[in-house]
Design a protein around this ligand. Structure first.
Ligand SMILES: Nc1nc2c(c(=O)[nH]1)N[C@H]1C(S)=C(S)[C@@H](COP(=O)(O)O)O[C@H]1N2
Ligand SMILES: [Mo]
Length: 358
């Protein structure tokens, strides 16, 4: 299991992980489709070298007719393009105390890109799943060591999840070939779920007759209060609203400075459990809340823009907060430590932005 440290300082390893895996600058939420260079990145091992000219994707295992597809063959199949909200399950981890040592995200491991690809379902139907198939395993070309086990990055989905019509094999991001760091030449995109399910640099898809028990499936990505628990798997994205921090920042502390008067505060909200139905804004650290205005989302799996006109009449110190509630009635806790868990997954406490009004 992941090591827990009580130190308020970040280790060299965490700083190293943070500089390999950048988050999205929150001002990037002004754009409905996240530009490629602003989308967060999470790469567990190295970016593998994959030659597109010789690339082939095998679909094997418990199927009647194993398939092998080139990139051109995949691109010749029916294509869908959709904006998909993607978030790393570790978002919010750095707010916790004690803090699990892993990628030290605050609120920014997010992005909503437009992915183009071919539905996985029709490929699995063409290969013909055998009766004893229970899961589909997705293996990446990248290899490394985690939790002292050498492994390829790989994760499975149950048949039910793998056959969801919105699950695609994507070869384009924002209308361009997948960038190397985002899974070139082919990745899985599993809408509504945290990012770990969307396996990049796909090497093989295999129908299997036993549940997959690899490190990324059973050791990591579980909600656990203690190391002994088996826990519950991390799947869908918890509701979250974030604002573009208003005004201008101080370089080091990122504290905001703003002149008194009316300010339009805007941001984005999403949930993997159903559409966001309400976003609230608070200027007093979460004691009183106002309803924000919601736009129409650009798609079923996209984030939704919200805005609120805040009248900062009095000079002084403020703590701005945003909170989302989804159609399932799920909302965000006021304090991140309320949802503390061993791995620091799915941490969705309300965002807090310190602002000095002058
Ligand atoms: N092959 C492979 N796929 C992967 C990963 C990885 O390290 N290797 N990281 C996963 C995790 S934890 C996340 S959050 C997303 C990040 O996708 P992005 O870097 O395109 O934003 O990819 C997932 N797919
Ligand atoms: Mo992640």
């Amino acid at each position: 299991m992941a090591r827990i440290t009580t130190s308020p300082d970040f280790s060299r390893e965490e700083v190293g992980l943070a500089s390999r895996n950048p988050g999205m600058p929150l001002e990037g939420m002004r754009y409905p489709v996240t530009p490629v260079g602003m989308h967060y990145l999470l790469i567990h091992f190295d970016i593998p070298f994959v030659d597109p000219a010789t690339y082939e994707l095998p679909i094997t295992g418990r199927v009647q007719k194993p398939l092998r597809l080139t990139l051109d063959e995949l691109k010749a199949r029916p294509a869908v393009t959709m904006p998909v909200m993607m978030e790393c399950a570790g978002t919010g981890r750095a707010h916790l105390s004690p803090r699990p040592v892993s990628a030290p995200w605050r609120d920014e491991a997010i992005g909503c890109a437009e992915w183009t690809g071919t539905p996985l379902r029709s490929l699995l139907e063409e290969a013909g799943l055998l009766d004893d198939a229970v899961e589909v395993l997705f293996t990446g070309h990248d290899r490394g060591i985690d939790q002292e086990v050498e492994q390829s990055y790989e994760r499975s989905l149950t048949l039910e999840d793998a056959l969801r019509e919105e699950v695609i094999l994507a070869y384009e991001m924002n209308g361009q070939p997948l960038p190397l760091q985002h899974g070139f030449p082919l990745r899985l995109v599993v809408p509504d779920w945290y990012g770990m399910a969307s396996v990049k640099w796909l090497k093989e898809i295999k129908a299997i007759s036993e549940p997959f028990e690899g490190v990324q499936q059973t050791v990591l990505y579980h909600y656990r209060q203690s190391e002994e628990e088996s826990g519950t798997p991390v799947t869908r994205q918890n509701p979250r609203a974030l604002m573009v921090p208003p005004g201008m920042p101080e370089y080091l502390s990122r504290k905001r400075h703003l002149s008194a008067g009316r300010t339009l505060v805007e941001g984005r909200a999403w949930s993997g459990f159903g559409p966001v139905e309400r976003v609230e804004f608070s200027a007093d650290g979460g004691y009183t809340w106002d309803d924000a205005e919601l736009d129409e989302p650009a798609g079923r799996y996209a984030w939704v823009r919200w805005s609120h006109e805040w009248d900062a009449r009095e000079p002084g110190e403020y703590e701005l907060c945003a909170r989302a509630t989804d159609a399932a009635g799920k909302t965000q806790p006021l304090d991140n430590d309320e949802v503390w868990n061993q791995g620091g997954y799915g941490i969705n406490g309300v965002q807090r932005v310190s602002v000095s009004v002058g």
